[in-house]
Ligand binder design. Structure first.
Ligand code: ATP
Ligand code: MG
Length: 563
């Protein structure tokens, strides 16, 4: 199997395995989320990698819920994970599995280990186990229960399963080597007692297998050939291999580690994301500021842009932090060609065109996207009273301010050149409430007599025709590039950005967008890319800004001489 891109190290491993006909030429991967939270963009990297590898090699990829810890797992998470993987564009076919499906088998394997003298029931407390384990520089000590007979172990393990013992009173441990330089091999715990109902197996079990035991067994049951996981499991690989080697398993998967994705200005651990949700720092898992798949979806990201991003970051062994600007670049690049370009005024300033007849409405031609001429054009109404953006007018314009000011001219996009004649202020506050302008009928856009050029072009809407909307602007969720950096000894929530959400409730959008459905995306000229939020209902539109138009990533790349 060859690709025209240079292969990453995982593809190199697979190519070599195929060359030597390991696994009879099969490639079978899995994506194994623990259902203890919603998926985030880091998981997207793993999903794209596992499903992508399977597709590339004509193989298969399973979706497997790693549901071995009943106290933290919920059905809500299972459902959200399934819908997120589908939304990203991947299909597990009929291969949706749960580690909990294998509890009987995993138990039998544990019995197998006990019978071959490779596992024992240990009565040390969790704290004692930690003490006995030793450290990186100090070897561990054998547990006083290490040499129990096979019969006694079988009896105790059976009774652990039967519910005779309290949580934490006993565990099943692998008998490997208390002096191993790898701490994971110092008689790791395989099973713990936990009298907690499981969302799938109910009260059938009160002992649950540990990840390090359940995972290689699940992989082998499913015939996984390449078990791809993140680098924190590198030190666990000898244990993974030990489990596979010491059991009569059906197939022999191989664990391969790659670097986690970290993204600037956000956190990526489910535990921390859950804290943000539970303590109300954000409005749920799908808050558009969250790095979750559901948050990115609600914000307006497309599956294509996320897959493109995962493609660009590549796979490597070394941990790094990816600039969030790169993710934003991916959606901009897509929407630049795809999103219709329309006009919306976020902070309105009323403009009256004094020389425009009061009852007149002209329907002007506006192209939908000059980058994609196939997208055609539409008609927009022009009339005597308009809204422009407050920031597009300055009474005392600084140098290089080419927008509207007293006595100055600007072009209104797709319309006419107007001149500001007079400013109306609130008598009490001095606030500017209205501009009076004149228009030059000879300057309509597209007219052959469009001869005069002015420096500034502004977006606008016709006040009588525009539809009202709420617009939500977002900034980074955290003020620090690495919010987990606790050099100041503060909790990561201390780095939350208090200004990450700004709600503008008096916005006006051109009338063609009335009734726009949630999920539809637009470019608002000069303001960025926006997506209709599910909070919209009927004519009460709510838009999320996906990204502004300023592409800091493209700028950095240009400065670096990259494409
Ligand atoms: P978290 O620390 O966020 O809870 P996790 O690793 O515990 O993440 P799992 O549900 O166990 O989450 O992860 C499922 C799969 O996704 C695993 O194979 C894991 O290695 C991978 N994964 C999780 N986070 C990332 C990340 N940031 N980058 C790449 N892959 C990830
Ligand atoms: Mg985990």
């Amino acid at each position: 199997m060859t690709t025209n891109k240079s292969s990453n190290f995982i593809q190199n491993i697979i190519n070599e395995d195929l060359r030597t006909n390991k696994n009879d030429g099969r490639v079978h991967t899995r994506f194994p989320p623990e259902p203890n939270g919603y998926l985030h963009i880091g998981h997207a990297k793993s999903i794209c990698l596992n499903f992508g590898i399977a597709a590339e090699y004509n193989g298969l990829c399973n979706l497997r819920f790693d549901d071995t810890n009943p106290s933290k797992e919920e059905v809500e998470y299972v459902d959200s994970i399934k819908s997120d993987v589908k939304w990203l564009g991947f299909d597990w076919g009929d291969r949706l599995y749960y580690a909990s499906n294998y509890f009987d088998k995993i138990y039998e394997y544990a019995v197998q280990l006990i019978k071959s003298g490779k596992a024992y029931v240990c009565d040390l407390s969790a704290e004692e186990i930690r003490e006995y384990r030793g450290t990186l520089t100090k070897p561990g000590k054998d547990s006083p229960f290490r040499n129990r007979s096979v019969e006694e172990n079988l009896d105790l393990f059976e009774r652990m399963k039967a519910g005779e013992f309290e949580d934490g009173s006993r565990v099943l441990r692998a008998k490997i080597d208390m002096a191993s330089p790898n701490l994971n091999l110092r008689d790791p715990v395989l099973y713990r007692i936990q009298h907690t109902d499981h969302h799938r197996t109910g009260d059938k079990w009160c002992i649950y297998p540990m990840y390090d035991f359940a995972h290689p067994i699940s992989d082998s049951i499913e015939g996984i050939t390449h078990s791809i996981c993140t680098c924190e499991f590198e030190d666990h690989r000898p244990l993974y291999d030990w489990v596979i080697e010491n059991l009569q398993v059906e197939s022999r998967p191989r664990q391969i580690e790659f670097a986690r994705l970290n993204l600037s200005y956000t956190v990526m651990s489910k535990r921390k994301l859950r804290e943000l949700v539970e303590k109300g720092y954000v409005n749920g898992w799908d808050d558009p500021r969250m790095p979750t798949i559901s948050g990115l979806r609600r914000r307006g990201y497309t599956p294509e842009s996320i897959r493109d991003f995962c493609d660009r970051i590549g796979v490597a062994k070394a941990n790094s932090v990816v600039d969030i600007a790169m993710l934003e670049h991916c959606i901009r690049e897509e929407l630049n060609l795809k999103a219709p370009r329309v006009m919306a005024v976020l902070r309105p300033l009323r403009v009256v065109i004094d020389n425009y007849p009061e009852d007149r409405v002209e329907m002007l031609d506006a192209d939908n996207n000059p980058e994609s001429p196939d997208m055609g054009s539409r008609k927009i109404p022009f009339s005597r009273v308009l809204y422009i953006e407050q920031e597009d007018f300055r009474e005392d314009p600084p140098k290089k301010f080419f927008r509207l000011a007293p006595g100055r001219e600007v072009r209104l996009k797709h319309a006419y050149i107007i001149k500001c004649e007079r400013v109306v202020k609130d008598e009490k506050t001095g606030e500017i409430i209205e501009l009076h302008c004149t228009y030059d009928p000879q300057t309509r856009s597209g007219m052959s007599s469009e001869v005069r050029k002015v420096k500034g072009t502004l977006h606008w809407v016709s006040a009588a025709h525009a539809v009202k909307a709420e617009i939500r602007l977002y900034d980074h969720l955290f003020t620090k590039e690495n919010p987990e950096d606790d050099t100041e000894n503060a909790d990561f929530t201390a780095n939350l950005n208090p200004n990450s959400l700004e709600r503008l409730t008096d916005c006006w959008i051109e009338p063609g967008l009335a009734g726009a459905v949630p999920g539809s995306r637009y470019q608002f000229l000069r303001q960025g890319y926006f997506c209709v939020d599910p909070d919209s209902s009927g004519d009460a539109l709510v838009f999320n800004r996906i990204v502004s138009l300023k592409d800091s990533w493209a700028k950095i790349q240009k400065a670096l001489g990259n494409k």
